[in-house]
Design a protein around this ligand. Structure first.
Ligand code: COA
Ligand code: UVW
Length: 334
């Protein structure tokens, strides 16, 4: 059984309730149809019910009637959620009028449903930018205890099975933190190791990437990665973490041996931690497009409930895959 089919089988056991706030978006609707046909999740679509039904007919989607549809302008919990949001955010200056407007925004409604126990997880971002998906999630669902920085990881499924574990690697942070400091980078490395084990099912070998390997270059940007590596090792001495390593030294055995002799990670890394969001986001997209890798994510690491983002460039199968991951996260938290 391949990786995704294995996760689908697990998801089927618990049938998590996944809310899709972009219920009128074409790829999202098509993905919902596939998921409902395969029966591994319950789907909640946010959007005007008549418009959703019209689109389902236009796209010839036969399973959408199995979804629960929530009209953001007219549902039984509108007032309760408005009051809830107001209470939650009034100390941040939110007024009742603003709360009443925000609860009609599907990107706020999804996290509100999760926080109130009406859904188990959310996937969105096929048409909205990442920041717009993240802000309501951060404000309403917040982070797991002990986590100060949420980050975005991709499970990369490479065509070349020689890399990672049978072609599976984790790349992070590719989505959230534009310029993490050393402590944040260390936390991202630890969270990525946890994602590798708990979601991808691989034993993490984490490399903190740089343009330098073990002192081959001197620069403040390199110092940050060196410090982050030390902090990550101190946070979790039980994990296999090393840095600073260049990309080739991380994944090519002969180069790892030459540039970082003695490193247990060099040449064998299956979790790549990028020094900032410029490098992480650029790199995952290049590997996805040039090497035709599947990129599943960004999976948000460290959220108190599974809320995951999509790239606006996603395909229907990318959405299905991320819903599978979200179901598995939700079942893991139950
Ligand atoms: C994540 C992001 C949306 C935060 O936006 P922001 O407007 O600067 O947010 P703020 O600093 O005002 O914080 C808003 C809330 O989110 C929380 N937050 C922000 N970043 C966070 C993080 N990485 N982890 C956890 N919480 C975070 C803040 O603590 C704050 O909570 P509060 O309002 O309850 O106090 C912003 O960093 C961003 O846009 N990142 C890049 C996203 C992107 O474009 N990625 C590329 C494509 S995937
Ligand atoms: C994850 C990501 O890069 O999202 P987008 O392509 O929508 O900016």
């Amino acid at each position: 059984m391949d990786f995704i089919e294995g996760l689908k089988a697990k998801a089927r056991e618990g049938k998590a309730r996944i809310v899709l706030p972009e219920g009128l978006e074409e790829r999202t609707l098509k993905a919902a149809d596939v998921i409902l046909a395969e029966g591994f999740a319950e789907i909640i679509l946010i959007g005007n019910p008549d418009d959703i039904k019209k689109s389902a007919t236009t796209f010839d989607l036969r399973n959408i009637d199995k979804a629960k549809i929530v009209d953001p302008d007219n549902h039984e919990k509108l007032e309760a959620y408005t009051q809830f949001l107001y209470e939650l955010r009034k100390n941040k200056g939110l007024t009742m009028e603003q709360a009443a407007r925000l609860v009609r925004d599907p990107l706020y409604l999804g996290p509100l449903m999760i926080k109130n126990g009406d859904a188990d997880g959310e996937v969105s971002g096929a048409e909205n930018a990442t920041g717009d998906v993240l802000r309501p999630a951060f404000q309403i669902v917040k982070t797991l205890p002990g986590i100060s920085v949420v980050s975005g990881a991709f499970i990369m499924i490479l065509k070349d099975k020689e890399f990672g574990d049978n072609g599976i690697m984790i790349f992070a942070d590719c989505a959230v933190n534009p310029d993490p400091d050393a402590l944040q980078l260390a936390e991202i490395a630890v969270s990525s190791a946890i994602t590798a084990k708990s979601i991808a099912g691989i034993d993490p070998r984490v490399s903190l990437l740089s343009f330098s390997t073990k002192g081959s270059a001197k620069h403040a940007l390199v110092d940050k990665v060196v410090e982050a590596t030390e902090k990550a090792k101190a946070m979790r001495p039980d994990l296999m973490i090393d840095g600073e390593l260049q990309a080739d030294a991380s994944i090519i055995e002969a180069i790892g041996k030459k540039k970082a002799p003695g490193s247990k990670i060099a040449g064998k890394a299956n979790v790549l931690v990028f020094p900032d969001l410029q490098s992480g986001n650029i790199c995952y997209k290049l590997v996805q497009r040039l090497a035709h890798a599947e990129a599943i994510g960004p999976i948000l690491q460290g959220m108190a409930a599974p809320i995951n983002d999509l790239s606006r460039g996603c395909s229907v199968s990318d959405i299905v895959n991320l819903v599978v991951i979200t179901c598995n996260q939700a079942l893991g938290l139950k």
